[in-house]
Structure formats: structure tokens, C-alpha cells
Design a protein around this ligand. Sequence first.
Ligand SMILES: Cc1cc2nc3c(=O)[nH]c(=O)nc-3n(C[C@H](O)[C@H](O)[C@H](O)COP(=O)(O)OP(=O)(O)OC[C@H]3O[C@@H](n4cnc5c(N)ncnc54)[C@H](O)[C@@H]3O)c2cc1C
Length: 362
Amino acid sequence: MSKEILHKELVIIGSGPAGLTAAIYAARADLKPLVIHGPQPGGQLTITTEVENYPGFAKGIQGPELMQEFEEQARRFGTEFLVASITKADLGKRPFTIESEDHVIKAETLIIASGASAKWLGIPGEAPAPEGLGGLGVSACATCDGFFFKGKPIVVVGGGDTAMEEATFLTRYASKVTVVHRRGSLRASKIMQEKAQKNEKIEFIWNTDVKEILGTPETGVTGVRLFNNQTNVESTFACEGVFIAIGHKPNTDAFKDWLEMDDVGYLKTAGRSMSTNIPGVFACGDAQDSLYRQAVTAAGTGCMAAIDAERFLDNLPVEMPTGEEITMEGERVMPNHDIVIMPDGEVMPNKGDEGGAPASGD
Ligand SMILES: Cc1cc2nc3c(=O)[nH]c(=O)nc-3n(C[C@H](O)[C@H](O)[C@H](O)COP(=O)(O)OP(=O)(O)OC[C@H]3O[C@@H](n4cnc5c(N)ncnc54)[C@H](O)[C@@H]3O)c2cc1C
């Protein structure tokens, strides 16, 4: 069967907080964006319960409900949606081409808001409720959920920087944090190891795999089943929360031949814009953020990406990771704003009518 072909001015890949915020801004700018839902419509917040730190909801809000509000707001201004996942991209020339199983989509500008997925152990009890205890004591985000564990004993699983950071952060709330690591030493950087090891509230269990998270929907998490891989001894360990901290994987594989990424796969964007290395392709949210990974920061960068895309489609210069600014027609403004290089290579002074160089922000 041949694929349906669509051609759009702006396509947004992903319908989490970043993609839907970009859609709200772009739709209100009359760009008629197309949002591609991907494998998790609404993004990561759809698998959580209470969100207490998204501004504007003084009493908190359930994650799925919050994302429903985002989507309705985006629809209200004319955003279109497509249920599909992008598997292939050709970003070699505009319009860019992206493909799903059933569609070929041409886009004049592209915003990648495909998020990142926490890595999980794949053990019983870990899945989101009601299948498992996810949201009922199992989490992959200390910043998001640490607050719910005041005075409780917690287990953190992992041995890298993520685990040390989460464990250290969780000592603000927990009565005790026990780091369970499958090896005999940590992979985390020296400074992170030292901070965690000096912290009196953190203890370590070495050479041990977590095999199962114990508890029921009524009790929440009550413990973990452990297996010492040196002695082959199994045991149970009581705790009231389990944080899986073995890293995240950005959903950016489809773009790896085109876009600059770090070793893990986080997209690289310019400092003062959400531009990637390809003019007209922007990235926002967790797909380009290994540090903050919050709904509000994802939404903030989604807003930035949409404004960048609007500027680009208006043929205004947008800052690139190299520091130069580029327009849709290929004019390049050098970082010091003194000269413009035209698409045919001609070099022109970048002087306004009154002789001053129009710096951005003027
Ligand atoms: C359990 C849990 C609880 C959390 N709690 C909080 C909290 O309380 N407060 C907070 O601020 N943050 C919380 N977070 C973090 C927050 O959810 C993320 O920071 C935020 O969702 C990132 O938004 P995003 O739009 O960048 O990506 P995501 O929300 O990850 O959305 C990515 C979108 O891209 C789509 N996609 C992926 N691959 C493709 C593809 N190939 N083609 C098309 N589409 C694709 C997905 O389907 C999805 O729609 C939590 C995260 C988790 C996992």
C-alpha cells in the first residue's frame, strides 16, 4: 500500500509538554502546525499521577488531565494531530521529509519534541499502576516525586551519576536512602561518588540486583527482592519507595544521520535559540535536555522553538549553534553582526539605514 503524502509548513514531532506548547504558540501565529503523537500521546506525564510542581495548579493536577488540557488548548487554535511514529528522516534539503509506517510528511520547518524515556529494569512491580507500582512508590524522577517520600526509607537503583544525584537529592526527604548497585564499585564521577558516600543518610548495597518490587496497590511499595550476584543469596529489603536511576534514552534515533547529538543521543541546540545544526530544524524539551527534564522546562523550550520557527518562516535570522544567524533563504549573519554572506557567496556589510549594525534585541 502506498503511503499518504502530507505537506505542512510546520510539523512538530511529539505531543508532550514541549510539543504541545510549541503547537499552542505556532497555532496562535497561524502556522497551522501538525503534531505527530508518536508512541506515547501526551508524553511522559500520562504515566504519572499527581503533578504538584506545574505552575498554575495550586492544588496539583493528575498528569493525564494536565496533558489533556495542553492538547485542548493546542486544538483550540487550529493544531492538527496525526497518530503516527516517525521512523525515518531526510533533513538534507527543505522541505524536510519524515516518514512513518503509513505517511510521508514534507515539512518546511520541523520541531523535534520527541522527549526521552527513563530506562527501566524490566522487573515485576515496576510498570505503571495498575499493572505494577509505578506512581504508587516506584519512580524514575526524584525532582518530581521526592516530596512524596518525607520521612520514608527509599531504595535507589543504579551506580552512575544519575543514581548519585537522585540519592543525594532524596536525602532531603527520606529517612534513609539505600543505593543498590549490581557492581562492587560505582561508575559515577569522583565528585558525585564522594558527595554521596559522605552523606550520612546514604547507605550502599553492592553486587546486588533488584529482582522484584514488592507491595500492592493498597499498601504501595513495601520492599524489594534482592539477589547478591557474588554469593547467589536472595533476600528481601524493606522500603517505601524505589527510584530507578539507571539513565535516560532520548527518542532521537531517527535523526542520528542528520543532527548533532551528544554521546547519549541528546540533540544539540544553539545557546540562544532552539536551532539544531540544520537551519529550519528546531529541538525542544527532554530530547535536548539532559539536565532539567521537567514539564515546565520542556514547555518553556517548546515556546522558544515555536517562536524560532515563526521567525525562520518569516525569513528573519535565527541563531545557529555556531553563533552565526541564518535566514530561511540562506543569508548568514556573522556572529559579530558586521557582515552578511548572501546565498550566492556575496559578502555585504550588515548596516542599517542609519549606519548602525542592527544587533539582535534592537
Ligand atoms: C513517571 C514520571 C513522573 C514525572 N513527574 C513529573 C512532575 O511531577 N513534574 C515535572 O515537571 N516533570 C515530571 N516528569 C518529567 C516530565 O514528564 C518530562 O520532563 C516532560 O514530559 C518532557 O516533555 P517533552 O515534551 O520533552 O517529552 P515527553 O513528555 O517525553 O513527550 C515526548 C513525545 O514525543 C513522542 N515521540 C517519541 N518518539 C517519537 C517518534 N519516533 N515519532 C513521533 N513522536 C515521538 C511521544 O509519543 C511523546 O508524545 C515526570 C516523568 C515521569 C516519567
